[in-house]
Design a protein around this ligand. Structure first.
Ligand SMILES: NC(=O)N[C@@H](CC(=O)O)C(=O)O
Ligand SMILES: [Zn+2]
Length: 431
């Protein structure tokens, strides 16, 4: 089936602005991108989508998400999670293995891939666990997991506490050309804490999660990555110290890459209004100084990409309050509007820079063919309304999770159509 998306705005890196274009899609690939200045394309025999002057981008890529299936379908499942992703403009997402059972066998990897094919509406790339049941005691069968379709190894949700275990994992992953993706957290430093060390913790008499609990693992793992030669990727970087360590490691040529979440770029602990668990996630919201450091890290390329860490939980779980509720907030349906409104609309970043960090950069780091708007690339596209402002309404989310601190925020940059492999999987464009 062939399709023309006409009258879109496409970011042009050469000129540093958007230009009016038509995009032709055929057989699941981008077939051509035509200048609208040279007139209407010949659309005979094609389906047509009129983008009505809205932005056409390569589909967003999110390399850190929790789809909760198998095992925690009351929080999210592959159907609802991928619908939520599509609404956020994401066409490829990589899901974390802290499921039930943990994604530590080829059977579970295949279950996720099969379910994604039958019930999912965007591309789903599964990670597999580094250790069995994410307990940090015994490595999983890396070769079998890779063979089943896992794209990398991570115990996300917990840190690998034992350095020898991490080194063994890195050696093995390096030997099969697979990345190790790390949730960096030293368990001994975080016992009994729900928020960062900082003003909110002090004001409420709470024990805080110190920055070192993250950065100690980042530093340790950089040394292990240097020793083993593995591609080491740091999850959800939240501290000034981690940014500093990653910057240094990159300068001396160690194969380290990293990601950062919208909430860590936008919110600090000083924004937390109350003991509301919708402001509880791991790593926690850090101090304003850390927020500044991760912004600068993303700007100078120390941090390679933006990910949501979409982590849905039920309303009952979040109602247990700041100390008892599980860590995590949903992210798909607010990520792009948050980033666009806070950093592009304000003139701090170019639109192209934001798009790069959500498309071609994750694709480059993880060797994906998508993430780029050019002839021959997969027809994974997102159409975005960058004009109209709208209020975040968690009740309208496609996700089962409503756990967000951004309810009621007025944002622009709302995705309005998502195309995966040349098929429109979600749209609210008016005909
Ligand atoms: N980020 C979170 O706060 N929670 C994640 C786990 C994780 O990514 O560490 C979850 O699975 O709920
Ligand atoms: Zn994590």
């Amino acid at each position: 089936m062939a399709l023309w998306i006409i009258n879109g705005l496409v970011w042009d890196e050469q000129t540093g602005e958007t230009a009016r274009k038509h995009v032709r899609i055929e057989n699941g690939l981008i077939a051509a991108i035509a200048d609208a200045a040279s007139g209407e394309p010949d659309t005979t025999g094609h389906d047509i989508i009129d983008a009505q002057g809205k932005l056409i981008s390569a589909g967003f890529i999110d390399m850190h998400v929790h789809l909760r299936e198998p095992g925690f379908e009351y929080k999210e499942d592959i159907a609802s999670g991928t619908r939520s992703a599509a609404r956020g403009g994401f066409t490829t997402i990589a899901c974390m293995p802290n499921t039930r059972p943990v994604t530590d066998t080829p059977e579970t990897v295949r279950y996720i891939l099969d379910k994604a094919k039958s019930a999912g509406i965007v591309n789903v790339l599964p990670y597999a666990a580094i250790t069995k049941n994410e307990l940090g005691r015994e490595l999983t069968d890396f070769a079998a997991l890779k063979e089943a379709g896992a794209i990398g190894f991570t115990d996300d949700g917990v840190g690998v506490q034992n350095a020898q275990m991490m080194k063994d994992a890195m050696n093995l992953a390096a030997s099969m050309n697979m990345p190790v993706i790390a949730h960096c957290e030293d368990d001994s430093l975080v016992v009994g804490a729900a928020v960062t060390e900082g003003k909110f913790a002090a004001a409420n008499g709470l024990k805080g999660i110190p920055n070192e609990s993250e950065a100690i693992h980042v530093g340790r793992d950089i040394l292990l990555a240097e020793a083993t030669g593995v591609h080491y990727h740091v999850c959800h970087v939240s501290t000034e110290q981690s940014v500093r360590l990653i910057r240094m490691a990159k300068q001396i040529g160690i194969k380290v890459t990293a990601e950062v979440c919208p909430h860590h770029l936008i919110l600090s602990d000083e924004d937390i209004p109350s003991m509301d668990a919708n402001w509880k996630m791991n790593p926690p919201l850090r101090t304003p100084r850390d927020v500044q450091a991760v912004i600068e890290g993303l700007e100078d390329g120390t941090l390679d990409m933006i990910v949501t860490d979409h982590a849905p939980h039920s309303a009952e779980e979040k109602a247990r309050g700041m100390m008892l509720a599980p860590f995590g907030i949903v992210g798909f349906e607010t990520a792009f509007p948050l980033m666009y409104t806070k950093f592009v609309k304000t003139g701090k970043w170019s639109l192209g820079f934001l798009l790069k960090r959500m498309t071609s950069d994750p694709a480059r780091v993880f060797g994906l063919r998508s993430g780029i708007l050019e002839a021959g690339a997969p027809a994974d596209l997102t159409i975005v309304d960058i004009e109209n402002e709208r209020e975040v309404n968690p009740e309208s989310f496609a996700s089962k999770g409503r756990n967000t601190p951004f309810g009621g925020w007025k944002l622009s940059g709302w995705p309005v159509a998502t195309i995966v492999d040349g098929n429109v999987v979600w749209t609210e464009l008016q005909e």
